[in-house]
Each structure stands twice: as C-alpha cells, then as structure tokens.
Design a protein around this ligand. Structure first.
Ligand code: 4AD
Ligand code: MG
Length: 433
C-alpha cells in the first residue's frame, strides 16, 4: 500500500522530494496548458500543477472537467515555490480520481443566507472558518487536559442522564426514561462533589444541556462544559485556578495557532498580554458601575446579558464578578459567613462585550446549612438524598467551576453568534443536521 504524506508535512519542508498525497479538490483554475489544483487533506492545503504532457490525454481532460470536492490521489515532485500559497508546490506525475462529484457543490463563493448555510452545515464545515474553529476547539481541549493533568487533577466522568436539577428546573430537559422521568444534565458538579472524597482534585470535559427557551446569540441547548472541583479549596483559591487555566489556554492558542486566530481578526499578541491576576469586582460594585451608566439593577437579581455587556465593554481582559446574592444563584453556593445574604460565588466575564465565561465558587459543605438552603429554595430533599449524604461522611470546604467552551471560543474568535463556535449547533430552533 502507498504511504501518503500529510500536506502539513510538505508545507513544513519536512517531506521527501517525491510525495504521494490524497485529498479533496478544494479549488482549481487553468492557464496556458497547466491546471492548478488546490488539494485539501485536513492537515493543510497545497497547490499542485498538472501539465498536459505529464499524463495521457484522457486523464488530462477528466481532471479538467472534475468538479470541486471530488477526491484524488496524487504522486508528484515537491518543489519550493515562493509564488505558491504556503511556499510549496507539487508537480503532478500521476493522478487518480477516487470519487468524481456528479453535482455542483451547494456552497459556492457567492453569498448564502444563514439559514441556507445552517441547513448545509455538513458541507459548510469544510470551509476555512470552520476548519479553524475545529482546530481551535481541539487545541483548547488538548491544553486544558495538559494544564489539569500537570497540576495534579484527575479526569472524572459523571452521568448525563440524571434525576435532579443542578442549576434550577427552568432549563432542564425532560426525558422519558422507561416508565419514569429523567433529565439531561446541566452540569457534572453534584456528582463531582461526591467524587472529590475519592480521588481529590478532578476535572471533566463533557456536554451539558440547557432547555433555553429564548432565542439568543449566547445560548446553545447542548454545549461543551469544562468543569473542575477541588476539596480543601475556598473561593479565593478556585478563582486563582480559573485565571491560571484561562491564561494558559490563551497563551497556548497564541503560540500554536496564530494563523487560525488571525482569520477571525484576533491578534495573538493581544492574548499574550493577558496575565493573572484578573480584575475582581463584587456584585455590589458591578451594580454601582451600572448605576453610573443609568442602569438600575434590583438588588438580588442576576445580571442580564445586556447588563453584563455594558460592564464587559469596560474591560480589556477577563474580570471576575464575585459575591452574588443568594437569590441570583443556585442552592449549593455557600453563603458568605460575613454577609449571609451574598454567596461565595464568582463569574468570570470575558471583556469586549462578550460576558460570562465561567460560573463557579465555594459550595456548602455543612449538612445543616445545606438542608436550610434546600428548604429556602423549596427543593425536595428526597431528590437530593445522596448529595446530602456526602455531607455526613468527612465533609470539607470545597469549590469548583464550569467554563463554557463555546463561550470562550465566541470571545476569542470575536464571533457574533455562539452557533459558529460548534460544528453542529443545537439551539431552540435547530437540531438538524
Ligand atoms: O454558570 P453555570 O450555569 O454554572 C454551572 O453549571 C456550575 N454548576 C458549574 C460548576 O461550578 N461546575 O454554567 C457554567 C458555564 C457558564 O459560565 C457558560 O460559560 C456556560 O457554562 N453555559 C452555556 N454555554 C452555552 N450555552 C448555554 N446555554 C450555557 N449555559 C451555561
Ligand atoms: Mg452562570
């Protein structure tokens, strides 16, 4: 069998002079008896040239008529060529068509409306922008794991099918589970709080689900959640973890995928400037800042997207908002012993108008305090019995957080809509393709 060379290897100058490549016909043009074929193999795109005298007449004509997105195998000679995109070119000695496309590729260079592109997502993902997003997603998850594992965290998985809400009932997806009701999880957190007593510091990368009933540019119904939980950890410490992890991701992206970032108008140098500690403001300070802009927040209410945006536009780097009122947060957040009407909670906000990236904070570890909060929130203790149990057997102060992968990408890549941060988005109005 022929050993095929990755196009990326050729473009990095590390390939042999004679190369076999395979890929999709990305684009083509011909001039003066030479066909210029751009070939894409997932690792890169390279220009190849087919001269009339290199192959027999039938093959030359077949290639001349070959529609884009057909697949081919090529044997050729690698040449350095400054004029070629990427600096290398392959002069074709032999070309074989694997699949000849029979109809026109629906996505042309012309303008298509967003609904058309969403309907053709399975083909649209072959384009330059989604390729870059997919590489950025993969890199973020790669370096996230790298950061956690090198800091002593263990990767832990919780169930997706669950029986009680973590983040409140209004965004729970209900599921018929044989003859009973179940839900899709909103967060791994409650199970993570049980698991820290087994393996200590943990993290996960998993899908989370929110039955978000409003049309927004920031909400998916299925998104990827990077979460961490840590025993013997208070609010201050988890915030340090959050800012260090985010900084590590930003710096790695800037160093390893600068071209992909530039596609979205993100200067990698700006990401390298971001360093901990990030600015910290309390909920009270945030509402004061909003008041100065003529926006009143009723004390106790969560900050809306519009309000977050106003604050976020004032910052050039991510910043924390801490100590949210009890009424603005889920039941598990620990009330501040110094001021029990607020919680030891934090949101990490992206700058430039993008808003919330992370929700986190310190959990209630005391049994009686937890029972009191469940009662205040009118939650049924029967649903949370195992979670309550955890407080009976060696409970310790602990904290954690959840980072929305697509929210992070949305900010980094300056996207207008969160759906473009994920290949096959699920939203209120779309579950196809
Ligand atoms: O702030 P949230 O709801 O916090 C939790 O779920 C905690 N249990 C996490 C934890 O402490 N382990 O969600 C965390 C993050 C948000 O900050 C946001 O980035 C993202 O998840 N997120 C969404 N991303 C896309 N679409 C949605 N509908 C999202 N809802 C939350
Ligand atoms: Mg939140």
């Amino acid at each position: 069998m022929v050993e095929f060379t990755d196009i990326s290897k050729i473009l990095s100058g590390k390939a042999k002079k004679t190369a076999h490549i395979h890929g999709w016909l990305h684009h083509k043009r011909s001039s003066g008896g030479v066909q210029f074929l751009l070939i894409r193999d997932g690792t890169g795109i390279i220009q190849t040239t087919l001269r009339k005298d290199a192959v027999d007449e039938k093959t030359y004509e077949k290639i001349d008529k070959l529609p884009v997105e057909s697949t081919v195998e090529i044997k050729g000679t690698v040449k350095k060529d400054k004029r070629a995109p990427g600096g290398y070119e392959i002069s074709i000695d032999d070309i074989k068509v694997l699949h000849e496309v029979k109809e026109e590729f629906p996505i042309a260079k012309k303008y298509h409306g967003p609904e058309f592109l969403m309907d053709h997502r399975h083909l649209w993902i072959r384009g330059k922008k989604m390729q870059a997003i997919l590489k950025i997603r993969s890199k973020i998850l790669e370096v996230t794991r790298e950061w956690f594992l090198s800091h002593g965290y263990i990767e832990f998985q919780s169930p997706i099918i669950i029986t009680a809400a973590c983040e409140g009932g209004s965004t729970l997806f209900e599921l018929k589970y044989f003859d009973r009701k179940a839900y899709l999880t909103q967060s791994w957190q409650l199970y993570a709080e049980a698991a820290i007593a087994s393996v200590g510091k943990i993290f996960t990368v998993a899908p989370s689900f929110r039955a978000e009933k409003s049309r927004t540019r920031r909400h998916l119904t299925e998104y990827w959640h990077i979460e961490a939980e840590e025993p013997w950890c208070d609010l201050k410490r988890t915030m340090k973890v959050q800012e260090e992890l985010v900084t590590y991701i930003l710096h790695k992206l800037a160093k390893e995928l600068p071209e992909e970032l530039r596609i979205f108008g993100r200067d990698p140098k700006d990401l390298l400037k971001i360093k901990p500690p990030f600015p910290r403001i309390t909920y009270d300070e945030a509402t004061e800042m909003l008041k100065k802009e003529g926006i009143t927040v009723k004390w106790g209410e969560d900050l809306t997207w519009e309000q977050q945006k106003v604050l976020s536009l004032k910052f050039k780097e991510p910043f924390f908002i801490t100590h949210f009122p009890k009424s603005a947060k889920a039941f598990y957040h620990k009330p501040d012993p110094k001021k029990p009407e607020v919680t030891l909670s934090d949101d990490l906000q992206a700058p430039e108008g993008y808003g919330e990236l992370i929700g986190g904070g310190q959990r209630i570890h005391d049994l009686d305090e937890l029972l009191k909060r469940l009662e205040e929130e009118k939650l049924d203790t029967k649903d949370y019995q195992w979670y309550i149990d955890v407080r009976k057997f060696g409970t310790v102060p602990h904290s954690g957080f959840g980072l929305g992968l697509e929210r992070l990408i949305m900010w980094i890549c300056k996207l207008d809509h969160i759906r473009d941060a994920i290949p096959f988005p699920r939203t209120l109005t779309r579950i196809y393709p």
